[in-house]
Each structure stands twice: as C-alpha cells, then as structure tokens.
Write a protein that binds this ligand. Structure first.
Ligand code: SF4
Length: 211
C-alpha cells in the first residue's frame, strides 16, 4: 500500500470522525464522553494499523538492507507525545506488572529530555505493541522539510549499499504528523481536554500514571 492510498483513507477517517464530533456537540454527558473517547482512540488505532502496514511494505522493499533487530535501541530517545498518543501509552503502562511500574517510575524520575527513553529496559521497549507512531518508523527512510529544504534521513546502519531510494520507500514525516495532529485535535475536542493541546514527555506520562 502506498502512502497516498493511506492518506485517502485517513481523510475518510477524519471526515467520519468530524461528522461524529459535530453530531455530539453540545450534548456531552458523562456516558457520551466515554463513547467519544473510545471513538477518538479508534481513529488513532486505525492510523497505527495503516502506518504499520506502510512500514511493513517499505521493510519488505528494503529487505536485506535493514540492520534493525530486537535489542538495537539506537533510535530510542526520550520523546514528547500528542495527548491521544499519551493516552494510549498511559493505558499500556497501566497494564504492566506493579514491580515493573515501580522501576519504571524510578527511571522516569531520572530521565533527561535528550537522553534514552525511560520505557527502554534491557534494550527492549516495555510497551512495544503500544509504542508511539514515530517509533514504528524507526530506522526507515524519513522525509522531513526544514525551511523548504527536503531531507531524507535513516539509520546509518541501514541501506548502506543502496545508491538511490524510490519515493514509495520513504515515509513523509509532515504527512504523518498532519494525520496524527488531526486525530489528536478530534481527541481533544471529544474528550473536552482542549486545554491540554501541548505535547507531553514520556517521563511525565509515566510519573502521572504510576502515582
Ligand atoms: S516508546 Fe519504546 S520504541 Fe519508542 S523510543 Fe521509547 S523504548 Fe523506544
């Protein structure tokens, strides 16, 4: 599946979610709030599925050129997340055993913003299945734009023998962020948390859910 196809489908998800949000406007009683949160999270999970599919397709195209493997944590730096992702990560942390949550809390207290991600333990992500969107793209070629200059970045261990990459092997970071920001906006609106529109560091999420 190509990124364009995924974006078309994302637009549909966004439209459906907006229609739903509009129909709920002004009638947010507590039971409806719970349903709305579920709908927003469903949008997010749908995006996760499609990004996983895209990454699998790119991984297949780059087979033999990727050094990514379990135990390699070079990409795992401390992140800040949108509220909708923070909510998904918080749920995953809550389901960890109590002893893990305790050591995780300690690590979060010592975490620094440009250091290793506190969710990393013995070189493995503690919430791998629920890891944030950007973590799903780790190691793969990513297109970003800085003041109009486009740049493709990927792990230096990967694609060493390749001299060129075709467009369908590259993830457009701006498009991914736009889709995520749209879903986050709906999440904030539907959950009535519009005042929490900043990003949250993983360490703050951990400290909040392990209180
Ligand atoms: S959330 Fe998991 S995959 Fe993402 S940076 Fe942290 S440890 Fe790595």
């Amino acid at each position: 599946m190509r990124w364009g196809d995924i974006l078309c489908e994302l637009t549909t998800i966004g439209k459906e979610a907006m229609l739903h949000a509009a129909s709920c406007k002004g009638q947010m009683k507590s039971k409806q709030m719970t349903n709305d949160k579920t709908n927003s999270m469903r949008n997010y999970q749908e995006l996760v599925k499609r990004v996983d599919l895209l990454c699998d397709t790119i991984g297949e195209r780059l087979k033999g050129h990727l050094a990514c493997r379990k135990g390699c944590d070079a990409c795992c730096l401390h992140l800040s997340l949108f509220a909708v992702e923070a909510a998904a990560v918080a749920e995953a942390i809550k389901s960890l055993p109590a002893s893990k949550r305790l050591t995780l809390r300690q690590r979060a207290k010592n975490a620094v913003h440009d250091g290793p991600c506190p969710l990393l333990e013995d070189h493995v992500c503690l919430i791998y299945q629920a890891r944030p969107m950007i973590c799903r793209t780790h190691g793969l070629p990513i297109l970003s734009r800085n003041d109009g200059d486009a740049e493709v970045d990927f792990c230096p261990e990967n694609c060493r023998e390749l001299t060129a990459l075709s467009g369908d092997m590259i993830i457009d970071l701006d498009r991914l962020n736009t889709a995520l920001a749209t879903i986050n906006g709906l999440y904030l609106r539907e959950s009535g948390a519009e005042d929490q529109d900043g990003r949250q560091f993983v360490s703050d999420i951990i400290l909040h859910v392990t209180e």
